[in-house]
Design a protein around this ligand. Structure first.
Ligand SMILES: [Zn+2]
Ligand SMILES: [Zn+2]
Length: 287
């Protein structure tokens, strides 16, 4: 748990992991022990087509989880967590059925690793009720695959009206270097399933692979704070060009992006000197 400059609590969690219950290399108990030892506050075990149980492991909150996948008019993986019951979905269903089933079961539906899935932005924008999507998924990168970052695809979908909370996850299968290299910080009053899930739905989330930042609107600017300092902050908006896109020089602790009338969405990424990155949520000035 981290405290930010306002004294708010941020809990660290991984919402997408695999175990021997599907194609992961470690048992559920081993996995819980690993994340507990890495200092995680919460975890969801999201095996393919296997709904895991909620609980508490040595003080670490464990949410129920599952991942459904299909190849219909494209490849879709939808992760659910925080369900109160088993979702009513079946093999052969498409992404919308997965999303609807997870939400009917009281869970949060995440469109996983859009870049790895080569997701089409126009198809993403047609989906209804997506709660979250992964801007970063470490197992989708080196040495297992080559597309860990989905920001460009999600930005393109955002132009078409797609709206979702941005998360990061390691999607661990192999328990190598990918472990702990994608996670979320969630701002919540307490470490309970209800508080964490409500905060995620609200978007009180920073996606990360190792860096912590916060963001808020001040006056007519979208403003990012990086308490540890970073190499640069970049703003991603609907504008093709803006002189305010990159803030760099020395160690960057704060950065601002002016919200002109032409800005329909903006988000930011901060990159540390060690390459670790943190990702804010989108802000929609005219929403
Ligand atoms: Zn997947
Ligand atoms: Zn997965």
């Amino acid at each position: 748990m981290l405290l930010d400059r306002d004294g708010s609590k941020w809990y660290k969690g991984n919402l997408h992991t695999h175990t021997t219950e599907s194609d992961g290399a470690k048992t559920p108990d081993e996995v819980k022990r690993i994340y507990k030892s890495l200092g995680f506050d919460f975890l969801a075990l999201t095996d393919h087509w296997r709904v895991s149980e909620a609980g508490v492991y040595d003080g670490m909150l464990v949410l129920s989880g599952v991942e459904y996948d299909c190849i219909t008019d494209g490849c879709y993986h939808v992760v659910g967590y925080g369900m109160k019951e088993k979702p009513e979905v079946k093999r052969g269903d498409g992404p919308q059925e997965f999303i609807d089933g997870i939400k009917r079961a009281g869970g949060i539906a995440t469109l996983a690793h859009p870049a790895w899935s080569l997701q089409r932005p126009d198809k993403m924008a047609e989906l209804k009720g997506v709660d979250c999507t992964e801007i970063y998924n470490s197992v989708s990168g080196y040495p297992y695959s080559a597309r860990p970052y989905s920001g460009t695809i999600i930005d393109t979908a955002a132009l078409l009206g797609f709206r979702a909370v941005l998360t990061a996850a390691d999607d661990t299968h192999f328990y190598g270097d990918e472990v702990g290299r994608g996670f979320v910080y969630v701002k919540a009053a307490e470490l309970t399933e209800d508080a964490i899930c409500a905060a995620i739905k609200k978007g009180d989330v920073i996606a990360s692979n190792g860096l912590f930042i916060t963001a808020r609107v001040e006056g007519n600017c979208f403003r990012v704070y990086c308490p540890e300092g970073c190499k640069y902050v970049q703003f991603f908006s609907n504008l093709y060009y803006s002189p305010y896109t990159t803030v760099t020089g020395g160690t960057v602790y704060e950065a601002s992006f002016p919200l002109s009338d032409k800005v329909s969405f903006v988000r930011a990424e901060a990159v540390g000197f060690d390459g670790k990155t943190a990702y804010t949520q989108y802000f929609y000035p005219h929403a």
